[in-house]
Write a protein that binds this ligand. Structure first.
Ligand SMILES: Nc1ncnc2c1ncn2[C@@H]1O[C@H](COP(=O)(O)OP(=O)(O)OP(=O)(O)O)[C@@H](O)[C@H]1O
Ligand SMILES: [Mg+2]
Length: 372
C-alpha cells in the first residue's frame, strides 16, 4: 500500500498543499514548529478518521477558517482509492468521510482502507505509562484489520456510557431500574467478549514477533514478552462470566460511579527476562522495546491484511543511537515511510529516496522537494 498523493486544505498551518510522495522512504526536515508533525497527523486523519494527538478535531482546522480537509490517493493491491476526511465545526454533521467521492455511512467503513503505523517519542510511554496507552495501541492496530473489532469497541463504549449514567443516577437518587441495568450489562457483554478474544489472539502473535525483533535490534538474547492481562481469565464462556462480574461489582460500581471491570480496564503486561519492564528496564531497553512493538505492529498488519502498511516516524531518529537507527532503517526499507526530523543529518541520506524541506512563514507552511 502506498500514498500517491496527499492534499490538504486549511489543515493546521497548511492553507493548501499537494504532495506526491515517493513510494519508498521520504524524509521531511525543517525547523521546530514548521509543520512536519502536522503532515503525519493529516495522513493519520485519513487512516483512522481522527488525529493521533488531539481528541477535539477543532484543533486541526486552520485558525480563522471554517473547515479542514485532508485527502489521500492511495494504491493498494486492489487498485486506486481516494479517501477524504473533512471537518466542518459549524455544520450539524461535523465530520464527513468520503471514499472515492462517496460519503460513507459508517465510520467503520474506512477501517483498513489506509493502514498506517505512527511512531513518535511519546510512544516510549507504551512501556513507562499506565495501561490506557497500551490498550490504545492494541485497539488502533486491531481496528485496522478487523471491522467487527472496531464495531465491538464502539458498541461496548456506548453500552458502558449508558451503564455509567445509570449507576451515577442510582448513586445520586438511591433508586434505579435493576432490570434495565441488567439489560445494559448483557448488551455490553457480547462486544466485550469479541474485544477480549481478539486482543488475546493478536497479543499471542505479537509476542513472538516482538521477542525476535527485540533480540535482532538489541543483539542480545534478552527475552521480551507481551501478555494480555484480562479481568476474565477463562478462555470460554466469556460473555456469561462478564455478565456475572458486572452483577457482582454493581454495589462497588454504584459507590465509585463507574464500571470497574471489563476490557476497558485490561492491560498488556511487558516483561524482559520475566521482569516487569516498567519497574526494571533501562532507558535503552525501553527504547528497544517500544521500537520492537511498533515494528511488530507493522508485521502483524502486513500478515493479516496482505497489504504493506505506511509507516510514519515522527522525530524518533534523534532519540535512537546509531545502532538502533541502522536497525530501524534496515527493517523499514520495504515500506513507504514518512520520516520527520529537525536536522536532516539525523538520517543516513543514502537510505532515503526523497527529501523534502518544510518551512513556515507568516504562520503558513509549505513543502518543497530538494535534491538528496
Ligand atoms: N489550527 C491551527 N492553525 C494554524 N496553525 C496551527 C494550528 N495548529 C497548529 N498550528 C501551528 O503548527 C505549528 C506546529 O506544527 P508541527 O507540530 O507540525 O511542528 P513540527 O515541524 O513538527 O515541529 P517540531 O520539530 O517542534 O516537532 C505551530 O507553529 C503551530 O502554531
Ligand atoms: Mg513535530
Amino acid at each position: 500500500m502506498q500514498i500517491e498523493e496527499l492534499k490538504l486544505k486549511n489543515f493546521r498551518n497548511y492553507r493548501e498543499l499537494t504532495l506526491c510522495p515517493h513510494p519508498g522512504v521520504n524524509l521531511f526536515f525543517g525547523r521546530n514548529g514548521s509543520g512536519k508533525t502536522n503532515l503525519l497527523e493529516a495522513i493519520h486523519y485519513c487512516s483512522l478518521g481522527r488525529s493521533h494527538r488531539v481528541t477535539n478535531d477543532i484543533n486541526v482546522v486552520k485558525n480563522n477558517e471554517s473547515f479542514a480537509l485532508s485527502s489521500v490517493s492511495i494504491l493498494n493491491s486492489l487498485g486506486h482509492r481516494k479517501i477524504d476526511v473533512r471537518f466542518h465545526p459549524d455544520e450539524v454533521q461535523k465530520k464527513a468521510i468520503l471514499i472515492d467521492d462517496k460519503k460513507i455511512a459508517r465510520f467503520s467503513d474506512m477501517m483498513g482502507c489506509l493502514c498506517c503505523v505512527i511512531f513518535s517519542p511519546e510512544d516510549l510511554g507504551l512501556i513507562k505509562e499506565g495501561p490506557s496507552q497500551r490498550r490504545r495501541y492494541l485497539d488502533m492496530m486491531i481496528s485496522q484489520i478487523s471491522r467487527p473489532y472496531f464495531v465491538a469497541l464502539q458498541q461496548y463504549r456506548t453500552g458502558m456510557e449508558q451503564r455509567n449514567a445509570m449507576i451515577r443516577n442510582y448513586r445520586a437518587t438511591g433508586t434505579g431500574n435493576m432490570s434495565l441495568l441488567s439489560a445494559f450489562e448483557e448488551t455490553m457483554a457480547s462486544p466485550a467478549a469479541v474485544i477480549i478474544k481478539e486482543r488475546r489472539r493478536i497479543v499471542g502473535m505479537l509476542s513472538d514477533i516482538a521477542r525476535d525483533t527485540y533480540q535482532r535490534i538489541s543483539d542480545t538474547d534478552e527475552v521480551f514478552r507481551l501478555v494480555y492481562h484480562s479481568s476474565v481469565k477463562e478462555e470460554t464462556n466469556i460473555e456469561e462470566i462478564l455478565c456475572r462480574l458486572f452483577r457482582e461489582n454493581r454495589e462497588d460500581d454504584i459507590r465509585m460511579g463507574f464500571t470497574s471491570v471489563g476490557p476497558h480496564r485490561d492491560d498488556l503486561i511487558l516483561t524482559l527476562n520475566k521482569n516487569q519492564m516498567k519497574q526494571f528496564a533501562s532507558q535503552g531497553q525501553i527504547r528497544t522495546a517500544a521500537l520492537s512493538m511498533k515494528l511488530s505492529q507493522m508485521k502483524i498488519l502486513k500478515d493479516l491484511s496482505g497489504e504493506d502498511p505506511v509507516l510514519l516516524l515522527d522525530d524518533v531518529m534523534s532519540e535512537l543511537d546509531r545502532k538502533r537507527r541502522a536497525s530501524l532503517i534496515g527493517e523499514i526499507s520495504s515500506y513507504q515511510t514518512f520520516i520527520t526530523c529537525a536536522d536532516r543529518n539525523d538520517v543516513d541520506c543514502d537510505k532515503v529516496q526523497a527529501v523534502w524541506q518544510v518551512r513556515a512563514s507568516d504562520g503558513e507552511a509549505s513543502v518543497e522537494q530538494i535534491q538528496n
